[in-house]
Design a protein around this ligand. Structure first.
Ligand code: 13P
Ligand code: SF4
Length: 338
């Protein structure tokens, strides 16, 4: 339980779901949740989606408050796109191993060492790293964006080396890769996955491109969380093996209750050991407190926000088809929402 809800505090006896609903209306708030959040948070949210869909929702909403059930870089993205809205994150400590792997000073030095390269940066990065980048991508928009870049432009990609390597294979582009990884997707075990496949030879494997190549090579489908969800629901197979953070299985099981979804195993083979510890910091209690107190808030200095906005807008322009072939020099991004 959150320290702000002590056992002597009568608040702990509140019906949190009802209170969150009341506050959502009173604050004119929208609750956005990523697929890696607990079922309780997903079920309360106004919208559940992948990183690109959540960015779009954050840019489009006419709510006064965005309560972001996800990790800090996602809430920061919402604030960059919607600066006049109040953006709250239930737990400010909800970070990301990819963001942590890429401090802005080291990234700036990496860029400086390769001045002829375009910096294509995964959205799983801090606002400061975004501000140093040319174009932001998500796992669902990256391939399209890289294919839209002129063939002669050199590319550096940060911070996820597994996603970068997968994109290089998909697009045939050479890329300089930053050495970051997602601790969740790195934890899948190839040996245990092969054992699971042997037990369910009919079950296709759907995997997120943050997985290392030795996991992806056993996958029948590779894509973002929303693409994995779509595949799992549309596949004629009754059993699907899911190699991404297992909370997404909540959406699959509730939309296709007749099917069986099995989380790919971690190294000990006994459980889904691949739950994101950062996403897990958000709870129903903390969401209630965030809506009640409008804290903790995401704040970004305006100058930094403006610099981080441009590469995000380039992504949204290409991903939505407003622009088709874009280099930073040619970019003419749409005016930001808000
Ligand atoms: P997507 O939902 O965009 O696929 O991202 C996955 C992820 O790891 C978010 O942290
Ligand atoms: Fe970061 Fe991985 Fe957690 Fe996503 S699942 S927030 S990439 S650590």
């Amino acid at each position: 339980m959150d320290a702000r809800l002590s056992s002597r505090d009568p608040l702990h006896r509140l019906d949190l779901r009802a209170e969150i609903d009341r506050l959502r209306r009173a604050r004119n708030a929208v609750i956005l949740a990523h697929y890696y959040q607990t079922p309780a948070l997903q079920d309360l949210a106004d919208f559940v989606g992948d990183s690109l869909e959540l960015s779009r929702k954050a840019a489009e909403t006419d709510a006064d408050v965005i309560a972001f059930c996800g990790v800090r870089f996602m809430a920061e993205t919402a604030k960059i796109l919607s600066p006049r809205k109040i953006v709250v994150l239930p737990d400010l400590e909800a970070g990301c191993s990819l963001e942590d792997s890429c401090p802005p000073d080291k990234f700036a030095a990496f860029r400086d060492a390769h001045p002829d390269h375009l910096a294509i940066t995964y959205i799983n990065s801090s606002a400061a790293v975004k501000a140093l980048s040319d174009i932001i991508v998500t796992s669902s928009s990256a391939e399209k964006i890289i294919n839209a870049l002129p063939k002669d432009r050199k590319i550096l990609f940060a911070p996820d080396r597994h996603l970068g390597a997968w994109l290089a294979r998909r697009t045939g582009r050479e890329m300089l890769l930053w050495e970051g990884t997602c601790i969740v997707h790195e934890a899948f075990s190839e040996t245990e996955l092969l054992k699971l496949k042997a037990l369910h030879p009919e079950a296709p494997v759907a995997a997120h491109p943050e997985c290392p190549a030795h996991i992806l090579e056993h996958a029948d489908m590779v894509g973002s969380t929303s693409a994995i969800l779509k595949f799992a629901l549309e596949s004629p197979s009754e059993t699907i093996i899911v190699a991404t953070e297992p909370h997404i299985i909540h959406q699959m099981a509730s939309r296709a209750p007749g099917k069986t979804f099995i989380g790919a195993p971690g190294a000990d083979g006994r459980c889904n050991c691949n739950m994101c510890p950062y996403m897990a910091l958000n709870t129903l209690e903390k969401l209630y407190l965030a809506l009640r107190d409008l804290e903790p808030r995401i704040e970004i200095a305006e100058e930094l926000r403006r610099r981080a906005l441009l590469p995000l807008e380039r992504m949204l322009a290409i991903a939505s088809g407003v622009a088709t072939d874009l280099t930073p020099a040619q970019a003419d991004p749409p005016v930001s929402a808000d």
